[in-house]
Design a protein around this ligand. Structure first.
Ligand code: 5GP
Length: 195
């Protein structure tokens, strides 16, 4: 998606050979009109799959997921990273390991919002090592709903997320794939191939 690549080049900040900061439009500040175009792009890529519900993970997945839900006309459920007063029982839960923080966190959704006859699309902000996506796949499997694919706004193609999801047989669409962040420069892969 060309406009996204431009946004990454102009507003992203390369923090190291493996980490890019995209707070300006994805992880902190959100440009609603731009995010809507991201939702429309995901909606067109998954349009034929009869999706009934979108699953994402708080907090940075929510904006692209909601815009995709708006375009597809389906509800969005976001998994929570912390249990709360109102979300503490009747849950599906999964572990998500974070390489950057070297710790595991539990993510949860209420059993009320995904049924076994739902057809699920997972949307997330960034695919790196795939742990967040694998945690959400684990949640979907517990619900017995059908998983039709995963859409990520930015994929870091030099990490193994896509490979892990491929090995689980999951279709992945990314809107921009970063091949390298070496020497402070963003290099994109020419084509965002679908698995
Ligand atoms: P994964 O589980 O695929 O390794 O990474 C999942 C999450 O870590 C992403 O949803 C994102 O929030 C965060 N993350 C991983 N790599 C980066 C990065 O280079 N930049 C930013 N901003 N977030 C990242």
């Amino acid at each position: 998606m060309e406009s996204l690549k431009q946004k990454i080049l102009t507003e992203g900040k390369v923090l190291s050979d493996s980490v890019i900061k995209v707070d300006a439009f994805l992880n902190h500040q959100v440009d609603p009109a731009f995010m809507q175009s991201i939702g429309e792009e995901f909606a067109s890529r998954f349009a034929e799959l009869s999706i009934t519900k979108i699953l994402t993970l708080e907090s940075s997945g929510i904006a692209p997921a909601v815009m995709t839900g708006l375009s597809l006309g389906v509800p969005v459920v976001f998994a929570r990273k912390r249990k709360s007063l109102t979300l503490n029982e009747h849950l599906y839960s999964a572990e998500v390991y974070s390489y950057t923080k070297n710790e595991s966190n539990e993510i949860s959704i209420s059993k009320d919002y995904i049924d076994s006859d739902d057809v699920i699309l997972i949307i997330d902000d960034i695919l790196a090592n795939g742990q967040a996506a694998l945690g959400m796949i684990d949640l979907v499997e517990q619900t017995s709903a059908a998983l039709k694919g995963i859409g990520v706004v930015i994929e870091k193609g030099f990490q193994d997320g896509r490979g892990k999801l491929y090995r689980r047989g999951v279709h992945v669409e990314s809107l921009a794939t970063i091949a390298s962040l070496s020497d402070g420069h963003v290099t994109f892969q020419n084509k965002e191939d679908a698995v």
